[in-house]
Design a protein around this ligand. Sequence first.
Ligand SMILES: *[C@@H]1O[C@H](CO)[C@@H](O)[C@H](O)[C@H]1NC(C)=O
Ligand SMILES: *[C@@H]1O[C@H](CO)[C@@H](O)[C@H](O)[C@H]1NC(C)=O
Ligand SMILES: *[C@@H]1O[C@H](CO)[C@@H](O)[C@H](O)[C@H]1NC(C)=O
Ligand SMILES: *[C@@H]1O[C@H](CO)[C@@H](O)[C@H](O)[C@H]1NC(C)=O
Ligand SMILES: *[C@@H]1O[C@H](CO)[C@@H](O)[C@H](O)[C@H]1NC(C)=O
Ligand SMILES: *[C@@H]1O[C@H](CO)[C@@H](O)[C@H](O)[C@H]1NC(C)=O
Ligand SMILES: *[C@@H]1O[C@H](CO)[C@@H](O)[C@H](O)[C@H]1NC(C)=O
Ligand SMILES: *[C@@H]1O[C@H](CO)[C@@H](O)[C@H](O)[C@H]1NC(C)=O
Length: 538
Amino acid sequence: MASISWVLRLSFVIILTLLFASPTRGHSGSQGYLRRALESLQKPASPATFSSTTDCQKWLRQNPASIVYNYGVNDTLSGAVSLRDCLIRDEAAQARQNIQEIQISFPLFSQSGGEQQPLQDIIQMLPNLESIRSLNLQMSQKNNSRSIDFVNDSGNPVVPFIECSSDSLVYDGGESDERLDRLYDALVTCPNIRSLSLSLSQGGCSIGDTRRSFNWKKGDHFPRLENLTLSGYDWDSRVNRRKPSNAEHWRASMDWSKLKRLDFSLPQNSFLDTFRGELGGLESLILRHKLGFWGDEETLCGFDATAEALRQNYTSFIAALPPLRELSISGVGQLLNMTPILKTHGSSLEKLNIHEFEHDCRYETGNATWVRPVLSVSEVEKIILSAPNLKDLTLDVYRSSNKWPIPMLKTLSKFPHLARLTINFDLEDPRRSRYAKRCYVSDWVRDEYCTIHELMEPQLNQTTASEIFHTIQQYQAGTKLQNITFFAGDFGRRDGGGLRLIPHYEWNRPVRYDCWMEENTIKCAGQRDIDFDDEDFL
Ligand SMILES: *[C@@H]1O[C@H](CO)[C@@H](O)[C@H](O)[C@H]1NC(C)=O
Ligand SMILES: *[C@@H]1O[C@H](CO)[C@@H](O)[C@H](O)[C@H]1NC(C)=O
Ligand SMILES: *[C@@H]1O[C@H](CO)[C@@H](O)[C@H](O)[C@H]1NC(C)=O
Ligand SMILES: *[C@@H]1O[C@H](CO)[C@@H](O)[C@H](O)[C@H]1NC(C)=O
Ligand SMILES: *[C@@H]1O[C@H](CO)[C@@H](O)[C@H](O)[C@H]1NC(C)=O
Ligand SMILES: *[C@@H]1O[C@H](CO)[C@@H](O)[C@H](O)[C@H]1NC(C)=O
Ligand SMILES: *[C@@H]1O[C@H](CO)[C@@H](O)[C@H](O)[C@H]1NC(C)=O
Ligand SMILES: *[C@@H]1O[C@H](CO)[C@@H](O)[C@H](O)[C@H]1NC(C)=O
């Protein structure tokens, strides 16, 4: 236990140091809050906004001196065309005289672009226009025959607008509730959205200053999402005991039967209770490591009765889903019981991924001999029988005793339709250790914190990767595997949406080898994990 809390504390200190040492990283909550408070004091009277649904006559009655132009992707959807058509009207004569300033607003969740002919037209028709405020000044300077001030307004940007021009929204959170609320606005405003990717993590140093859930409003409806990718969403919390939980709110606000792909970090039990029987159209389920406090990835490392009950709840939830084409389970610490899962999904499954990280629960529980759970040969044989249509398989494969696990490789060769295989091997041998050459702790704790494991032998390299591919192919009767990817170690952990904690010692670099068949010969290309460079924090 001691060693974990030590590692965590060290990382904590490093992260705090980074946050305070470099103010440019300050998207963080408290700083953001201060900035916003200061900005709101300086803000002038708000300019007149115009969207594609604004009533022109009512809008003209405001007789604004400053207007907002939506610089969107599609000038019909952004309201730019209707704004121009409104200002062209005879009854807009007075308004045209009055307008002195245009503020440019950019769309929040999409890339703006296009010709912006409406903007050119509007500039021409406003005789008293003095300035255009924008973050990006390149746009319309080219035909500025009059003297109009172009103000680079990066210090006080105009509120971005929502344009329903894309069917997918991506939000990488951890910044502010305000931005999350804008995402919510986009979801209730744009019925065409089919894909949402939302990642929430702790934003700054003041704990609990980010919400990790939507601020639900009664009667709001979300579009019929088909793809949903979520990290760190808080399904449990509710405003008070009598109010619905976030899970219940979300269930009521969306047609979940249209969802085809759900990719999310291990949900709380309230999700399972709320959504049992609701996901009738699901084809792909991806259950990932939980998102930790710092945006890192946490495995469910409990091994007590509660953790076991939660695993059983995951199992029964998955087994009650409609037959899936794709299933991925990782970060559950101990393998789920695959028997009921395969009974439901075996015949429809084309893609299966069962994966745990090499180290997680060893650090988490302080149990130095913990090894990641893997499927046995007989369990893999059961998968071959119940899921004969698998085309793509990812598994963790155990090895020890200085040899490759030939019986398992032989078994893996028996999947009749497999085209792609991914094998995760251990990188390190927990039974052999050595002193790290570089270790950033005081001498008196060196013995405790500076030993690292030796690499597992035989090592995974270009030669051995190609030999394993060859071995598997030798045993194959019919169809030949086309591609195998090998990993040794927790390669590229950040890909899953999390961060690796900065280690205080040099670490064994995970490796990855991609092998494929080319004109009847095996080709392999390898790479070492470069996510974290030791030199970065020297
Ligand atoms: C802009 O959106 C409208 C309404 O959805 C659509 O009819 C039009 O084709 C779009 N224009 C472009 C250039 O995408
Ligand atoms: C506007 O100002 C910001 C910061 O002051 C600067 O980074 C940006 O390049 C400027 N934009 C233009 C188009 O000059
Ligand atoms: C510039 O503005 C004038 C009207 O003032 C117009 O006739 C001309 O076509 C414009 N040129 C461009 C390149 O937009
Ligand atoms: C949903 O996700 C799948 C798989 O990533 C992708 O092929 C598909 O285009 C996505 N659909 C939408 C509407 O984004
Ligand atoms: C498992 O599900 C049951 C039934 O919904 C629930 O009562 C129990 O609390 C769940 N267990 C855990 C550990 O979440
Ligand atoms: C440590 O982990 C190993 C392998 O997972 C297990 O057999 C052993 O019981 C664990 N020891 C403790 C003290 O939890
Ligand atoms: C690859 O690994 C094997 C087994 O550890 C070793 O014998 C061989 O020398 C290595 N080859 C290269 C090129 O590093
Ligand atoms: C197999 O690998 C080759 C070369 O990297 C790649 O072009 C091909 O798309 C892969 N096939 C599959 C099914 O992943």
